[in-house]
Write a protein of this length. Structure first.
Length: 276
């Protein structure tokens, strides 16, 4: 076995080990956070549903403090949820840049990951701003609160329908790294070694994050409306995202997930209308 092959295997094992430790730590923190939020209870609302305390500050906490707490929780949660599907993309990037003879692969890989989760952090800021605004309105307008169960079902149905669209297939192809999509930048990096620098790594992470967050928009919406701190929903969404990214025939898998999500949304609507 050549020295380069031995070196690559050692690098791969170290990379997988660090990724596994990061996943375990983020998952553990997420579980603890979920348990603490569950202990706080939820607020009963008109319409027979309950609002998560994640959207409301604790007694004496400012709006900015609540936002910072939510975004910190959100980023840790996204690391736990997205790392299983992100790790193969990071490894492809690492191998591609390694072929250029570039040193500092650990730093460049970390920058790609940082750029990726920066996009998810921005998504979390938008989610909190919208969620907290809606929570305030729902507490002030009972009629709006009563419409939430049906509206949540509609959001889930729309998320299911999105799984069948060409838009979803295009972004999923980018996330899966199929030829002509996700490997394009890596091919450029292999051919142009000078581009394997910190700026390119950061931009590549941002690009991956944008494609990924767009691809996951429907499933993320399901998480937000069905329980942002509900471990069962979190595990289900994580599994769906990971399987459609890594399993063979990802488009067919995504459509299968769409069927499940669509049915779940219809069930929610039927229950909200008192028909089930």
């Amino acid at each position: 076995m050549s020295q380069s092959m031995v070196s690559e295997r050692v690098s791969q094992r170290a990379f997988i080990g660090v990724s596994a430790l990061l996943f375990a730590a983020s998952a553990a923190v997420t579980i603890v956070w979920c348990a603490s939020m569950s202990a706080m209870g939820e607020m009963p609302m008109p319409g027979g549903w309950t609002m998560s305390m994640a959207w409301m500050g604790m007694c004496g906490q400012t709006w900015l403090g609540t936002a910072a707490s939510f975004i910190g929780m959100w980023v840790v949660m996204m690391v736990a949820m997205m790392l299983p599907s992100l790790t193969p993309m990071l490894w492809r990037y690492r191998r591609a840049v390694g072929k250029t003879g570039e040193t500092g692969l650990d730093r460049l890989t970390a920058l790609v990951g940082a750029g990726y989760f920066f996009v998810w952090a921005a998504f979390g800021v938008a989610a909190f701003a919208l969620g907290s605004a809606l929570a305030t309105l729902e507490m002030q307008v009972p009629a709006l609160a009563r419409a939430v169960p049906i509206a949540s079902g509609v959001v889930v149905v729309v998320a299911g329908v999105l799984q069948f669209t060409a838009w979803k297939a295009r972004h999923l192809a980018c996330c899966r790294g199929t030829p002509g999509h996700g490997l394009t930048l890596q091919a450029v990096q292999v051919l142009k070694a000078l581009k394997a620098d910190a700026g390119t790594a950061w931009r590549h992470g941002l690009r991956l994050g944008l494609h990924c967050s767009t691809c996951c928009a429907g499933l993320t919406a399901v998480l937000l409306v069905m329980g942002v701190m509900d471990l069962r929903v979190m595990v289900a969404v994580t599994a769906a995202i990971t399987i459609e990214r890594l399993a063979p025939a990802g488009e067919r898998v995504a459509r299968g997930i769409g069927v499940v999500v669509l049915v779940a949304g219809l069930v929610l609507i039927v229950r909200a209308m008192g028909l089930g």
